[in-house]
Ligand binder design. Structure first.
Ligand code: C5P
Length: 218
């Protein structure tokens, strides 16, 4: 049997991160937060002052990314940047550089490296469509922009970041627009994906649905 992969794609703040993490935990699978790779590249670019129009330099940064993951911690070199990569500025920059084909290409192999026994839950925008097109279970998690803004608001405040509801709504709409309309790997349900709208669901209900679909595969 090939090593199983569950792909969970969806827009910003759809609850993918929480749901993917819990599903991975329940099944004892590895977890790939592919958004973190784009965020790490963005953080690195912001710190080094690399121009966001310089595709070649950004791809070089992405290829040279020295990152590692341990539970909730995310390391860039020796530095724990788990909190830093969650800042809105970093997310917005990530969404801009993620539209560049050379950057996506540079992060391709790194994402495949997470595919190890006993299995993987891969969270992102193009996990089911581009990176793991043969995944036996693909999920597209979504929620209304209002529900997502509210979640993001609570998340930011909880982590001690300043947050403003109107700004968040505006940012989410802009980011959705950019992620949905870009030419490479646009955000859309992969072929064969189950679509799950979590606007009126809590994380545990979404997790149960995904686990139910997974159990139904065999
Ligand atoms: O999921 P997260 O919000 O952390 O991702 C940050 C940005 O990285 C997204 O807005 C998106 O533009 C980009 N991304 C992507 N493909 C992925 C994961 C994230 O383009 N697989």
């Amino acid at each position: 049997h090939p090593i199983p992969v569950i792909t969970i794609d969806g827009p910003t703040a759809s609850g993918k991160g929480t749901v993917s993490h819990l599903v991975a935990q329940q099944l004892g699978f590895h977890y790939l937060d592919s958004g973190a790779l784009y965020r790490l590249t963005a953080l690195s670019a912001l710190r080094k002052g690399v121009a966001l129009g310089d595709e070649h330099a950004l791809a070089k940064l992405a290829r040279a990314l020295h990152c590692s993951f341990a539970g909730e911690d995310v390391f860039l070199g020796q530095e724990n940047v788990a909190a830093a990569i969650r800042a809105e500025e970093v997310g917005n920059t990530a969404s801009k550089i993620a539209a560049l084909p050379a950057v996506r290409q540079a992060l391709f192999g790194l994402q495949l490296d997470f595919h190890k026994a006993p299995g993987l839950v891969a969270d992102g925008r193009d996990m089911g469509s581009v990176i793991f097109p043969h995944a036996p279970l693909k999920v597209f998690l979504t929620a209304s922009v209002e529900a997502r803004a509210e979640r993001r608001y609570k998340q930011l405040i909880g982590k001690g970041f300043p947050a403003n509801m109107d700004d968040l709504l505006k940012d989410l709409r802009e980011r959705d627009e950019r992620d949905t309309n870009r030419k490479v790997a646009p955000l859309k349900p992969a072929e064969g994906a189950y679509v799950l709208d979590t606007s009126a669901m809590n994380a545990q209900q979404a997790v149960e649905q995904v686990l139910g679909w997974y159990a139904g595969l065999k």
